[in-house]
Design a protein around this ligand. Structure first.
Ligand code: SF4
Length: 332
């Protein structure tokens, strides 16, 4: 009998409620979208090693600490990160005080897409940068060390990536980034066509990648590799490593639909209809869905899918890191 390989990485869209007005995402326009009850989170597989709690704005769920509690019990080996726009400082701090008692090593990623003016334009919230930075400062006061700024690359802010990276160094926190993508069902169905200026893109990525490689921190080297993959993806739409959405990874939307990723519009199943997700994951129907996913041939390079790909190809990644650490990274 064929051995069933369970997923190790996922993004959980906990809610589509959002207090932001981002230009690259229409989730904030969605009204009255159903949300999963706490019981549904009990159905997630214990095989998970990385869980991103996302939204909408996840802190708008008043039961977020209970969700973390369930996930921590169900998936004790999983690392968890909550992605937030950081605007509701008081609410975030109140919830994090509870959450840190349950999972002290949990991470929080606060979106920052540029310095003050650019960030506020991207997020559509006047004073948004100051609010988000106040949240970072308050979370640091709680003793949090697993903190990061998450930067979303678009045309209008690519010239600010270096500045936000330097800000993370000044704050002593991590830098992560993604690319504004299109989705038929996520981002409120927003279609983003992003073509940053080639010279700026090259300059900003060379700075980011070389800065990460200069450190003596394996996590930062892996982030440098991820960034190299992102540059490649933005410029050629080709992932540097094969990744396996719908196999190693899934996205769970707030109404319980399981998708292979946020850009693969292949609803695989709905968790409300199952006793546990593994029942479906190892079924013939799941294999049929995977055939549909493969047939779409949608290239992806996102942190969630890339993470599993990096784990599968350690030699390629180590070779790239060594070569570029020794000789320096230069885009031709
Ligand atoms: S990108 Fe995030 S913060 Fe912005 S509207 Fe979408 S869900 Fe809300």
């Amino acid at each position: 009998m064929k051995k069933c390989k369970l997923p190790i990485d996922c993004v959980l869209g906990l809610t589509y409620r959002c207090n932001s007005r981002c230009v690259m995402c229409d989730i904030w326009k969605i009204k009255d979208y159903p949300e999963l009850t706490l019981e549904q989170f009990e159905k997630l597989p214990s095989s998970l090693r990385d869980i991103n709690l996302s939204g909408g704005e996840p802190f708008l769920r008043s039961d977020l600490p209970e969700i973390v509690k369930i996930l921590n019990r169900r998936c004790p080996k999983a690392r968890m990160v909550i992605s937030s726009n950081g605007f509701a400082t008081e609410l975030i701090v109140k919830q994090m005080k509870e959450i840190l008692k349950i999972k002290p090593d949990i991470g929080v990623a606060i979106s920052i897409d540029g310095l003050e003016t650019t960030h506020d334009e991207m997020r559509g919230i006047p004073g948004g940068f100051q609010k988000a930075m106040a949240t970072v400062s308050e979370l640091k006061k709680l003793g949090m060390t697993n903190l990061r700024l998450g930067f979303t690359v678009m045309e209008k802010n690519i010239n600010q990536m270096e500045k936000v990276y330097d800000l993370t160094k000044k704050l002593g926190i991590e830098f992560t980034h993604s690319f504004a993508q299109s989705s038929d069902f996520y981002f409120g169905g927003k279609q983003n066509e992003v073509h940053p200026r080639a010279d700026l893109l090259k300059k900003e990525y060379e700075y980011l990648i070389n800065s990460e490689l200069k450190s003596w921190n394996v996590k930062k080297w892996l982030r440098a590799f991820f960034a190299h993959g992102m540059y490649n993806f933005i410029t050629s739409k080709t992932p540097v490593l094969d990744n396996a959405p719908g196999r190693d990874f899934f996205f769970l939307d707030p109404n319980g639909t399981v998708y292979p990723s946020v850009v693969h519009n292949v609803p695989m199943t709905n968790i409300n209809e199952l006793d546990k997700l593994t029942d479906f994951w190892c079924s013939k129907q799941a294999d049929e869905k995977r055939e549909n996913i493969d047939a779409l041939k949608i290239p992806v390079w996102m942190i969630c899918t890339a993470r599993t790909a990096i784990r599968k190809h350690p030699l390629k990644v180590i070779f790239w890191i060594l070569k570029n650490k020794i000789f320096g990274f230069k885009i031709k």
